[in-house]
Ligand binder design. Structure first.
Ligand SMILES: Cc1cc2nc3c(=O)[nH]c(=O)nc-3n(C[C@H](O)[C@H](O)[C@H](O)COP(=O)(O)OP(=O)(O)OC[C@H]3O[C@@H](n4cnc5c(N)ncnc54)[C@H](O)[C@@H]3O)c2cc1C
Length: 397
């Protein structure tokens, strides 16, 4: 390993590689260090293997951070269209799936290959299977930092920490970025797994057991944030895009409310059936609107015995319909880092310049991507932050 570079980037994920491309194009000598054998591990498994690489609607409102303004500057200077331009330049076929989400038509490998090519074109070097041991400042001499690894030492002017969050330890996630921040005396915002769905309380777990695999369209609300997407029952709780989105906004003990029948007023619907003399069981009628396993379970839980519609009073129906429109439960927890798409929290934005992502306390030290306290919604927003923050730092390191 060469023992000098202008810029050392810790982590060859999306943010690190974008930073390397921009810094390399400016003529900086750049080395990317990663303990993984291959680069871009998360990109490869993202978006179900097709990488939801950006979202055309990405804006500050799609991110969670203690400082809701922090991401504005970087996002404004590197837009989804900037990344799409790169994708088009490399001839990678892509499409919009829904809600502005851009996916590869084929494998996410195309995005990793594109970033690798651009890094190499910009003159950046990769050092893989390389364990980072220590980052320290050098009090005197030509270079400002010394990065020690199990493969040797690199001295450099700038260190960019792009080591991501804690989610999916099995593909190489570690907390090293947070440890480096602590060593340099930087504040951290409490971390938590996010975009991972919910685990039911023991009681709800029993009430809804056996429903794994049932999915339905929903409107979910958590802490004032509302999402209209699908929910999926799992063996332990709830998953599906709506639940993943809600889990980003959930803090322990918060209630979650679900409209099981968006766009439908079940009271009006049942009353029309009642007036027309319909004598079906309520659970059979509800199966016309919801998956039958779910309809049956809700009716079992609400009406102790199967009852035909005429035997259910208007008052009882009203209470049942309110449940269908605003089922409220308190999850035991979110699912955890083994499934989480991201880590919420991280290096406090108070420590960083929003223009350059450089730390205020340690000139030459930068934090970019998921390690920072900026977490995007589900739908391509996290990669857009990785590209934008990587570009912001890469333009100045
Ligand atoms: C299953 C899954 C699907 C996802 N799908 C999407 C999606 O479709 N769209 C979207 O926008 N976001 C998605 N995300 C989120 C997105 O992948 C991340 O937010 C993004 O990859 C963060 O980029 P990053 O460069 O900051 O960190 P990472 O991509 O996590 O890169 C960090 C790098 O640092 C390296 N590293 C970590 N610790 C060390 C260490 N101790 N020594 C050396 N190297 C180290 C890692 O090996 C890794 O290569 C998904 C996440 C997951 C888990």
């Amino acid at each position: 390993m060469q023992n000098e570079a202008d810029v050392v980037i810790l982590g060859a994920g999306g943010a690190g590689m974008m930073c390397a491309i921009r810094a390399g194009r400016r003529g900086r000598s750049v080395v990317l260090l990663d303990h993984a054998k291959k680069i871009g591990g998360k990109i490869l498994i993202s978006g179900g293997g097709r990488c939801n690489f950006t979202n055309l609607g990405a804006g500050p409102g799609n991110y969670v951070s203690l400082n809701p303004h922090f991401m504005k500057s970087a996002l404004a200077r590197y837009s989804p269209w900037d990344f799409i331009e790169l994708v088009v330049k490399h001839g990678i076929p892509y499409h919009e799936k829904k809600l502005g989400q851009q996916f590869c038509d084929g494998s996410a490998q195309a995005i990793v290959d594109m970033l690798e090519k651009e890094c190499l074109l910009a003159g950046a070097r990769f050092e893989l299977s390389c364990k980072i041991e220590r980052v320290e400042t050098i009090p005197t001499g030509n270079r400002r930092f010394r990065v020690s690894t199990d493969r040797g030492i690199v001295e450099c002017d700038s260190v960019v920490v792009a080591t991501g969050g804690l989610s999916l330890p099995k593909i190489g996630a570690t907390g090293i970025g947070y440890e480096i921040a602590k060593e340099f005396g930087l504040d951290l915002v409490a971390r938590a797994p996010a975009l991972d769905g919910f685990v039911f309380s023991d009681e709800d777990g029993r009430r809804f057991s056996g429903l794994a695999g049932v999915s339905f369209d929903s409107i979910i609300t958590c802490n004032g944030m509302t999402f209209h997407e699908a929910i999926l029952f799992t063996h332990a709780g709830l998953s599906g895009p709506a639940t993943l989105q809600a889990s980003l906004h959930w803090n322990g003990g918060d209630p979650v409310t679900v409209d099981l029948l968006p766009g439908i007023d079940p009271m009006v619907w049942f009353m029309e059936k009642k007036k027309s003399g319909n004598r079906s069981l309520v659970k059979n009628l509800l199966s016309e609107l919801l998956a039958s396993r779910l309809a049956e379970r809700l009716c079992e839980l609400h009406f102790p015995d199967a009852r035909p519609l005429p035997d259910v009073s208007e008052k009882e129906l009203k209470v049942f319909c309110e449940l269908l429109k605003s089922w409220t439960f308190v999850p035991k927890s979110t699912v955890g880092y083994s499934k989480a798409e991201v880590t919420r929290g991280g290096v406090s934005t108070d420590e960083l310049s929003s223009k350059t992502l450089e730390t205020r306390k340690v000139p030459g030290l930068y934090f970019i991507g998921e390690v920072v306290d900026v977490t995007g919604w589900l739908g391509g927003y996290n990669f857009q932050w990785a590209w934008a923050s990587g570009a912001a730092a890469g333009d100045v390191v």
